[in-house]
Every structure is written in structure tokens, then in C-alpha cells.
Design a protein around this ligand. Structure first.
Ligand SMILES: Nc1ncnc2c1ncn2[C@@H]1O[C@H](COP(=O)(O)OP(=O)(O)O)[C@@H](O)[C@H]1O
Ligand SMILES: [Mg+2]
Length: 360
């Protein structure tokens, strides 16, 4: 007597647990008739216990395709499945699920039916995508570190010899041939530039963190891009603040970061326009914000999510690595990059943690 009541208690708990689960549970007997369904399963199939219990799945849903029949005959013959996807309209909205099916055995191991567990698959798919993305990035990093140096060394030799050949062709007055050499040199430089970006993505060299004044950094960079800008009638305005809090970063990488952003702005504008560099200090969050705003055509909403992906480019000669490198550089020092582009023009805002003045 006592034994039965304990058993009833157990059953009671078990039912509670099964009912509270965010997973569907269905048990069926050997003829495929439903013995039990938990709340989640009833909700998904929009059933109540009375209509479901004692019926076969295809009795409740006549003409149901075989892959949607959760209690197919083969299951009753002992064939089990894991992570089998299926889609079902729940309140008019298609939802993706994964199901596992198990044999239901009695104490002696004889099959007396089957049970099915299913859960929503959205989260799993999302995680999967993220893992794939992280894998891809890690792989690119490894590739970069491994091959970039091997490419750069022979390139340096090729460039040196091309320059020598170029000068001797010039001495001989072979202007046309000399022109070819110049073309080859430009192409070699392009490969060199690609390799440089690759190396930055792979983070291979020793990073040297220094205390930096961004005003100084920008003042060094702007002359590097100014001639290119003037050539295309683009005006660069640096709205510098007289004193900026210091940041900790590798000076070369920080230069690369702003060079990439300003170059993108120049390339987006094409001809005639302006680029404004603005600073802002957020003392509460201890962040120094630099925004680079251009008067270019803006970034269409359907590509804005992809511009930070390695190799994503809309330019004929682009590498698609510039922004991934920027993101890498900024994330490594605890900062972030945001982009906003509404209709006309684009703003990239870099926010970097600054040093409290008492620490310097
Ligand atoms: N300031 C900008 N205005 C408009 N589009 C931009 C801007 N900056 C970046 N993009 C877009 O993002 C893409 C990726 O940029 P990036 O990673 O630097 O690679 P790349 O410059 O080689 O194309 C560009 O091809 C372009 O479509
Ligand atoms: Mg670029």
C-alpha cells in the first residue's frame, strides 16, 4: 500500500517536470496510439488531452505527410532517430523543431511503445551560425599568419629586381618597356598591401602598447591621405579638441585603423565632398569617441551587416579586409566601432577606453 502511494508520488513529480519542460514529450503505445502528451506538445499541436489521447497521429491530422508524422510505423518497429528536423505551423507561424525518438521498454526490455522528444531549433541554428563564423575567422587568422610572411619576402625581392630593370631600361631609352615595369610594380604593391592587411588580421607581430595622444596620431595621418583627398576635391576637416585623454594602444595599429577608415571615406565619396573628424569624451564610460563622417553615398541597409566580414567588398579592386582589420584592432584594446548611414553619408564612430589622468 505504502509502495503504491510512493510510486504515485513519483509519477506525480515526473508529470510535473515533464509538463514544465520547454520541450515536447509524446508517448505512444505499440499500435501508435498516443498515451500521453506534455503541455508543451499540446500547445505546439494546438490540442487538448481529450482529443489527443488514445488516437494515432494521422487520425488527429489526416493526410499528414510521412515526415511530419511524429509517430510513424517505423518507430513502432524499433527504429529510433536523433535531431530530425521538422517544421510545424504554430498559431499560423512556421516554427522549426528537432526531434528525438526512443523506444519505450518495459522492465524486461520488451518494447511496449515509443516516445518522442522535440524542441525548438532556432537557438541551435543561431549558435551553429556563430560557431561557423568564429571558425572561419580563426581559420583566416591562421592562414594569414602562416602564409603572409612567405608571400612578402619573395615580393620584396621581385620589387627590388623590377626597380633595377626599370632603371636600366630607362638608361637605354626603352620608355615603353619601362612603362610595363611600372605597371608590374603597381601590381606588386597591390599584393603587398593585401598581405599587409592579412598580417594585421593574423596579429602576428609583437604588439607594442604605448600611451598615446590621439591628436598626435591624427596629425600624423592626415598629411598621409591629404594629397589623395585634394586630388579628388575632398576636404578633410579635423575638429580637434585641445586636449584629449590618453589611450593605450599600438601606435602603428591605431594609425592603420584611422587610415583604413579615412581611405574608405575617400573611396566612397569618389569626387568632391568632405570628411569630418570629430571627437567626443564620455567620462561616465571612460570612452573617447572619434567619428569619421563622410558625404559619400551612404551604405544601403541590406549590406550594412556584412561590411565588417572579411573579404566583403563592393569595390572592383577592394580586398574587403579593411574593416575587419579595424574591428580587430579596436576590439583588442577594449573598444568598439559603430557605423551609421541614413540615406546620405556615413559615420564610423570608434570608441576607445581612455586612461584616467591620475594613472599617467
Ligand atoms: N565610408 C563608407 N561609405 C560607404 N561604404 C563604405 C564605407 N566604408 C566601407 N564601406 C563599404 O564596406 C565595404 C568593406 O570595406 P573594407 O572592409 O574597408 O574593404 P574594401 O575597402 O577593400 O572594400 C566596402 O567595399 C564598402 O562597400
Ligand atoms: Mg577599405
Amino acid at each position: 500500500m505504502e509502495r503504491t502511494s510512493k510510486r504515485q508520488d513519483h509519477n506525480h513529480y515526473l508529470q510535473h517536470i515533464l509538463n514544465d519542460m520547454e520541450q515536447g514529450v509524446i508517448a505512444a503505445d505499440l499500435s501508435g496510439k498516443i498515451l500521453w502528451m506534455n503541455h508543451y506538445a499540446l500547445k505546439v499541436f494546438n490540442l487538448d488531452k481529450k482529443t489527443a489521447i488514445g488516437k494515432r497521429f494521422e487520425q488527429i491530422f489526416p493526410n499528414i505527410p510521412e515526415e511530419l508524422n511524429l509517430i510513424p510505423d517505423k518507430l513502432l518497429k524499433g527504429i529510433t532517430e536523433r535531431n530530425k528536423p521538422f517544421r510545424w505551423n504554430v498559431n499560423g507561424k512556421p516554427m522549426d523543431f528537432l526531434r528525438d525518438t526512443y523506444k519505450l521498454n518495459d522492465e524486461t526490455g520488451r518494447q511496449i511503445g515509443a516516445f518522442i522528444l522535440f524542441r525548438e531549433a532556432v537557438h541551435l541554428f543561431n549558435i551553429d551560425e556563430k560557431i561557423q563564423r568564429a571558425d572561419r575567422l580563426a581559420m583566416i587568422g591562421q592562414m594569414a599568419a602562416g602564409t603572409a610572411h612567405e608571400i612578402r619576402n619573395p615580393l620584396t625581392a621581385i620589387r627590388g629586381f623590377l626597380q633595377m630593370i626599370g632603371s636600366s631600361l630607362e638608361e637605354k631609352g626603352l620608355e615603353r618597356e619601362r612603362g610595363y615595369i611600372d605597371l608590374m610594380l603597381t601590381e606588386v604593391m597591390r599584393i603587398n598591401n593585401l598581405v599587409d592587411q592579412f598580417l594585421l588580421l593574423g596579429k602576428p607581430r609583437n604588439i607594442q602598447y604605448r600611451i598615446l595622444d590621439l591628436n598626435q596620431v591624427l596629425e600624423e595621418i592626415i598629411p598621409m591621405v591629404e594629397s589623395e583627398a585634394t586630388l579628388h576635391s575632398i576636404e578633410i576637416t579635423n575638429r580637434r579638441l585641445s586636449s584629449l585623454p590618453k589611450i593605450i594602444a599600438d601606435p602603428e595599429l591605431i594609425k592603420q585603423l584611422f587610415l583604413n577608415l579615412i581611405k574608405n571615406a575617400i573611396e566612397a565619396i569618389g569626387e568632391e565632398g568632405n570628411i569630418e573628424i570629430d571627437y567626443d569624451i564620455n567620462r561616465e564610460e571612460q570612452k573617447l569617441m572619434v567619428s569619421i563622417r563622410d558625404s559619400g553615398p551612404g551604405i544601403p541597409p541590406y549590406i550594412i551587416d556584412r561590411i565588417f566580414d572579411p573579404f566583403y567588398t563592393t569595390k572592383e579592386n577592394g580586398t574587403g579586409l579593411g574593416l575587419s582589420v579595424c574591428q580587430r584592432i579596436v576590439q583588442d584594446i577594449g573598444g568598439s566601432i559603430r557605423v551609421s548611414s541614413k540615406g546620405f553619408g556615413t559615420t564610423f564612430q570608434v570608441s576607445l577606453p581612455f586612461l584616467h589622468s591620475s594613472l599617467i
